[in-house]
Structure formats: structure tokens, C-alpha cells
Write a protein that binds this ligand. Structure first.
Ligand SMILES: [Zn+2]
Length: 249
């Protein structure tokens, strides 16, 4: 099976531009949003969240205030993940099933709290995965919409202790001229062998770096392909992962 999914973190108002771009390509997306402004950054208002949802996108939790969850005590973590779910559900009038760890940081206690809060799964920032089999609360990604240099990738992979990703990068991907080429190469691998191609990013970063054209080029490449299933993170999880490690793909 071949899947494409995308996810977008932080609830920046530029997410609306991401949504337009995705809609134009018929590519689904999950938007992970915190509920209070942090670092002076604006976030989407409740009406904007509702309109994203009614346009077919998924809204997932990204905590209340975007802290590094492993640095908090258990009670504080529980508050961040539960309150976020409840408030989003009040806004949207439906269950919120997916969560995304702020800064990609999590540990066993955080996973337990996210699971106990009633989420079905959570997305990490572990790169260079195309696997259809993964732990539901450790959903990996394939690529970030960001022009990391070689050292940036190595730092990210090292920090996440992502040895499979490091191996993939060093043996097959290191020579790709740009992040867009990396994305195309990984998508070609999914087309050939099956798997999940999962692009994630931050719209505020795409705006700051002025890489909207590059994002469009990559979406042009992966969209509307025969034999590929396009799904939000939550749908994808329910299609590929029935609990812990089993897969229907
Ligand atoms: Zn974030």
C-alpha cells in the first residue's frame, strides 16, 4: 500500500495558506494546534479552526501552551494534553484523536498521559521513515518542509537517536541537492516499494524562509497519483495500524 499524508504544527495563521495549497492539490492534512499564543506568535481563532475542519482537514492537539512536556511533572502534562483535547472538542463538536508532541519531545510518562487522555495516536518528528508499521503514539514522519543542511539533518537524527533514519540518510539521501529533491526521492521509493510518505512543517517557517514555491513544487510531484491513498494522520493511523504493531497494508 502507498499512502501520502501531511501535518502542520503550531496553528499559525499562515496555516490557512497551507490549507489553500493542499486543497488545490487534493492533498489532505492534519493541523496540530496549541491553544494559547507562545513566543509572541499568533494562532488561529476558533472560527478558523472550524472552517479548516469543515474543509475536510483534521485538527489535532498540540498541547495548551507548547511546552517541552518531558520537563513538566505528571499533573502538568495531564493538564496540557487533556485540557487541549477537551477545548478542541468543544470548538469542533467532535472527537479529537491525534496529538503531536511540542518540539517532538516525549518520554514514556508523556506517552502514557496522551494515551490516557483518550487520543488514539501521536505524531513525532522522527524523520526519514516510510514504514507502515509503527507504534501509534510514535508516528514518524518522512520529511520536514525545511531546507536543512547535512549538519542540520545529522543533528536532528542524533538528537532523536534515530538510527534507522541516520542509516537511510547516510546511505541513500545525503547527496540530494535540496529538501524538495529529498522529498521526491523518498516519494519515488514509496511508489516503488509501498509505504507512507509523510511531509510535516510549520507554515510560519515556510513564510519566514519564503519557500512556498518549493512546497508547491513538491506537492505538484506527489499529488493525484494512481494507486496512492491520500489521508489525514488520523485516517492513516486507523488504516495502517490496528493497535500496537499489526498492519493491514
Ligand atoms: Zn510545535
Amino acid at each position: 500500500m502507498k499512502f501520502v499524508t501531511t501535518s502542520w504544527d503550531d496553528g499559525d495563521p499562515n496555516d490557512l495558506r497551507i490549507a489553500d495549497l493542499l486543497r488545490g492539490h487534493s492533498v489532505p492534512g492534519t493541523f496540530y494546534v496549541p491553544l494559547t499564543e507562545y513566543r509572541g506568535r499568533k494562532i488561529l481563532c476558533t472560527n478558523e479552526l472550524r472552517s479548516l475542519r469543515s474543509a475536510g482537514f483534521e485538527i489535532g492537539g498540540h498541547s495548551i501552551s507548547h511546552p517541552k512536556l518531558p520537563k513538566l511533572n505528571r499533573k502538568q502534562v495531564a493538564h496540557e494534553v487533556r485540557e487541549c483535547k477537551q477545548r478542541l472538542e468543544q470548538t469542533l463538536g467532535e472527537n479529537v484523536l491525534m496529538f503531536c508532541y511540542p518540539y517532538g519531545r516525549f518520554d514514556n510518562q508523556v506517552v502514557d498521559e496522551v494515551r490516557d487522555a483518550g487520543y488514539r495516536g501521536a505524531r513525532t518528528t522522527r524523520m526519514f521513515s516510510v514504514a507502515t508499521e509503527f507504534l501509534p503514539f510514535e508516528m514518524p514522519i518522512t520529511l520536514q518542509a525545511y531546507p536543512h543542511g547535512v549538519t542540520g539533518y545529522l543533528r536532528n537524527l542524533g538528537r532523536a537517536r534515530n538510527l534507522p533514519g541516520l542509516w537511510t540518510y547516510m546511505t541513500r539521501l545525503r547527496t540530494a541537492p535540496s529538501w524538495v529533491d529529498l522529498g521526491k526521492q523518498l516519494f519515488d521509493e514509496v511508489l516503488q516499494h509501498g509505504g507512507i510518505w509523510h511531509l510535516y512543517g510549520h507554515s510560519w517557517e515556510i513564510e519566514e524562509l519564503g519557500i512556498w514555491g518549493q512546497l508547491r513544487e513538491l506537492l505538484d510531484y506527489v499529488c493525484k497519483r494512481e494507486g496512492v491513498t491520500y489521508a489525514t494522520n488520523g485516517k492513516l493511523l486507523s488504516m495502517t495500524n490496528c493497535g500496537s504493531r499489526c498492519t493491514k497494508s
